[in-house]
Write a protein that binds this ligand. Structure first.
Ligand code: COA
Length: 281
């Protein structure tokens, strides 16, 4: 793809046209490479978001590192561990005035007046479950923008799985225990603490069908931002819709043809529950 150059001002104008307004709480999932060539680098793209959100708005990004003990990754350090979910996110958490949680698998970064409320306190919640930063975004009336990526990169879908109390979330990645384990420091360079994770978000490959399904439900608007396709939605509407869809079909997000081991194990678990019948969950 030839990457057409785009300026901070042009990006801001396109974000405004997509419906982003001053004062919003906004979560962004992005592929910078899909947007085109951002003049001024990733910093300029982040500043374009902040231009549109204004001083009363709060920008939120995932900075996930997936530092699970079972995957032999070192303990999470909020001042050192890189984000593994995109260049924009890895630049964002390092910028002045940006807060970052110390969650070892699913840390978030945020800047703006709501950032302390969205990110503050101990990381004693399930990674993308109730009480987590992504849930606090929903409760704050937040929005989600997917740029150059689909719903298989939309963390709020995992929140909806948690809100729907999907039993398969209890199946851990770690095959030696009935939970997952991760280690983290609460401040840069600090000592490591242990965290047990009981409802770890799984593979999101099955979320791809939501790109069509949610557009049909009318809760997502589609836009062009630079050269990328973008999808914009309200977090609460998204969760409400997915909870309903999961009520109709609990296997919706666990495709039978999945190549992922965790999805196959979670699907088998759901099938074993169904075989036992409703009185013996
Ligand atoms: C994995 C993923 C990040 C890859 O997207 P990507 O566009 O290839 O990578 P990044 O967003 O990290 O951007 C890096 C790219 O931007 C390019 N880049 C660097 N400076 C740039 C600039 N000024 N303007 C545009 N692109 C630039 C880099 O060269 C790199 O491209 P390359 O790999 O072809 O060399 C993306 O597909 C994705 O999944 N994003 C969402 C992640 C997420 O939110 N996950 C949470 C739920 S699981």
């Amino acid at each position: 793809m030839v990457r057409k150059p785009i300026t901070r001002r042009e990006l801001a104008e396109e974000l405004e046209r997509a419906g982003i307004c001053p004062g919003m709480v906004l979560v962004v999932h992005s592929s910078l490479g899909q947007v085109g060539w951002m003049l001024g680098g990733p910093e300029a793209a982040i500043e374009a978001f902040q231009d549109v959100l204004g001083p009363r708005g709060t920008l939120v990004m995932p900075t996930f590192s997936f530092s699970l003990a079972a995957w032999n990754l070192p303990p999470f350090d909020p001042g050192r561990t890189p984000s593994r979910v995109g260049l924009l996110t890895d630049v964002f958490w390092r910028m002045d005035g940006v807060l970052r949680t110390c969650h070892p698998t699913h840390s978030f970064a945020a800047a703006g007046p709501d950032a302390p409320t969205l990110l503050g306190g101990p990381v004693d919640y399930e990674p993308l479950g109730m009480g987590s930063p992504i849930d606090r975004v929903r409760l704050a009336g937040g929005r989600i923008l997917l740029i150059g990526v689909g719903h298989n990169r939309n963390s709020t879908v995992h929140l909806a799985e948690d809100l729907a109390e999907m039993p398969y979330l209890q199946v851990p990645f770690d095959t030696n225990r009935d939970y997952d384990e991760a280690w983290y420091a609460t401040r840069p360079g600090g000592g490591a603490h242990r965290l047990e994770i009981r409802r770890m978000p799984g593979s999101s490959e099955g979320f791809e069908l939501l790109d069509t399904l949610l557009a049909q439900e009318g809760i997502v608007t589609t836009h062009r931002i630079g050269q990328a396709t973008a999808q914009f939605m309200e977090s609460e509407a998204l969760c409400h819709t997915i909870v309903r869809l999961l009520g109709e079909n609990p296997l919706l997000l666990l495709p039978a043809a999945s190549a992922s081991e965790i999805t196959a194990r979670r699907r088998r678990y759901m099938e074993s529950l169904a075989a036992k019948g409703p009185s013996n969950p």
